[in-house]
Design a protein around this ligand. Structure first.
Ligand SMILES: [Zn+2]
Ligand SMILES: [Zn+2]
Length: 189
């Protein structure tokens, strides 16, 4: 990983404050440059790397051309890089074996070669606050680790829309339901 200016490292201590557009732009450019050099090394097609304030954690790749890789801006610099490498591993697997590869053992071998150490997206302050704000029912996609919270449960099984679009369908799993004691408070909202 290239040197991160200490000003940016400092930013990670204050994730409550969203990064300014200028800071986002600089970090996005650094991640883009990292993808571009990996793409040259691994003979990958072009991808647009987007640092997203809308994702609470993790990342996702939408296969192109060009691929679009979205990385949550609510993570530390190290986790943003880890996420970029994870999504780049998907780009490599996509090029070699097609859309259905998912998180196969081969995928993790490729990911490890790129330096991916994490297997799950990190818990972020942003994610915690989103959960707290409207957590009745929380669903997680086991594919891209994105989370959704709802006031009411889904009536039936749901697929993650972005994973489905990316050609690796994943069924959302319920990771949180209301505690019995909270029901009255919940109804008041
Ligand atoms: Zn993945
Ligand atoms: Zn997903």
């Amino acid at each position: 990983m290239s040197a991160v200016p200490s000003r940016l490292r400092q930013l990670d201590l204050f994730l409550e404050e969203p990064p300014s557009p200028g800071e986002l732009g600089a970090e996005e450019a650094a991640l883009q440059a990292r993808y571009d050099s990996l793409a040259e090394q691994w003979k990958l097609p072009r991808a647009r790397v987007v640092l997203s304030t809308r994702r609470a954690t993790g990342g996702v790749i939408t296969y192109g051309p060009p691929h679009v890789i979205r990385v949550s801006s609510h993570m530390s610099a190290e986790d943003r890089l880890q996420t970029l490498l994870h999504e780049t591993a998907h780009a490599i697997c996509f090029a070699r074996w097609g859309v259905a590869e998912g998180h196969s053992p081969r995928f993790w071998l490729v990911a490890r070669k790129l330096g991916v150490a994490r297997r799950v997206a990190p818990e972020t302050e942003r994610l915690r606050r989103v959960r707290e704000a409207n957590a009745r029912y929380a669903y997680r996609c086991p594919g891209c680790t994105a989370e959704w919270t709802r006031r009411t449960p889904f009536g039936r099984a749901r697929l993650c829309a972005s994973c489905e679009r990316a050609g690796r369908p994943a069924r959302l799993i319920l990771v949180r339901r209301p505690k019995p004691g909270c029901r009255r408070a919940a109804r008041r909202r």
